[in-house]
Write a protein that binds this ligand. Structure first.
Ligand code: SF4
Ligand code: SF4
Ligand code: FES
Length: 254
């Protein structure tokens, strides 16, 4: 059984000052059973607006391309079922779809995430021992496994108030990269000695006030705050602010 659905979609581009300029446009299309938000966007493209830009690739929640804000919530369009959207949308009200609001607009639903690629290049890579015999406990492997589920959708960064409200792009690495940094720092074979200082000085971990908004929107289910950010904060405290740990280090006891 199919019914009509109206989507109110942002259409626009940045002006010469890079300010997003555009309008919300209503499109009504037929909705079939089992559709996800991305299917409806594709139907709008097919029937009404072939020039509507959106980014997508896998349609399986794996590539992290189709991030957008649906009814004001950051989500993957390909993993958001219309059945759930219709349940939360009041009757006779359109479903509102906007691009991620924290990132610069490219066009319509597409945003520019170049910042993420540039920041990623500054992070010191895993520095393991030369010899090939890398053995460690399964427990140690399990600890970082969760972080490897990140699909780089940037929904967490889009949600974080440090980026969204305060725009601290040059001073704060944001939740996605705290996940990556935790992955490297907690790797049992990593010997890098520079990254922790960078986390404090360059990546601005101190700006995070543990609101947990990033964790709530992560489609990969990564417990960003409790498993990545808080352990990194604990490491910083031990390294730079715990007097007993500092004395022990000076005496060569740790
Ligand atoms: S927990 Fe920290 S990183 Fe996550 S949204 Fe809140 S301030 Fe941002
Ligand atoms: S941590 Fe989660 S929300 Fe953030 S980029 Fe990775 S998958 Fe997306
Ligand atoms: S299209 Fe790949 S995550 Fe949605």
């Amino acid at each position: 059984m199919s019914e009509d659905v109206t989507f109110r979609v942002f259409r626009g581009e940045p002006d010469e000052d890079d300010t997003p300029t555009g309008e919300m446009v209503d499109y009504t299309v037929e909705m079939d059973e089992g559709m996800v938000v991305l299917d409806v966007i594709h139907r709008i493209q097919a029937e009404h607006a072939p020039d509507l830009s959106c980014r997508w690739n896998c349609k399986a929640g794996k590539c992290g391309s189709c991030s957008a804000e649906v009814n004001g919530k950051p989500r993957l369009m390909c993993m958001t079922r219309m059945e759930d959207i219709m349940e939360e949308t009041p009757e006779n009200t359109p479903v509102v779809v906007k691009p991620m609001q924290a990132f610069p607009l490219t066009k319509d639903l597409v945003t520019d995430v170049q910042w993420a690629y540039d920041l990623n290049k500054t992070i010191p890579m895993l520095d393991g021992p030369e010899e090939m015999d890398w053995r460690f406990d399964q427990k140690e492997a399990d600890r970082v496994q969760e972080f490897r589920a990140c699909i780089e959708c940037m929904l967490c960064v889009n949600t974080c108030h440090v980026m969204r409200e305060h725009q601290l792009w040059d001073e704060f690495a944001g939740p996605r990269f705290f996940v990556r940094l935790a992955n490297l720092e907690m790797h049992p074979m990593d010997q890098d000695e520079t990254r922790l200082e960078m986390i404090k000085d360059d990546y601005g971990l101190g700006y995070c006030n543990i609101t947990r908004c990033c964790t709530e929107v992560c489609p990969a289910g990564i417990n960003i705050t409790d498993n990545a950010i808080i352990p990194l904060k604990e490491r910083l405290v031990t390294e730079y602010y715990d007097p007993i740990a500092i004395i022990a280090k000076k005496l060569g006891l740790r």
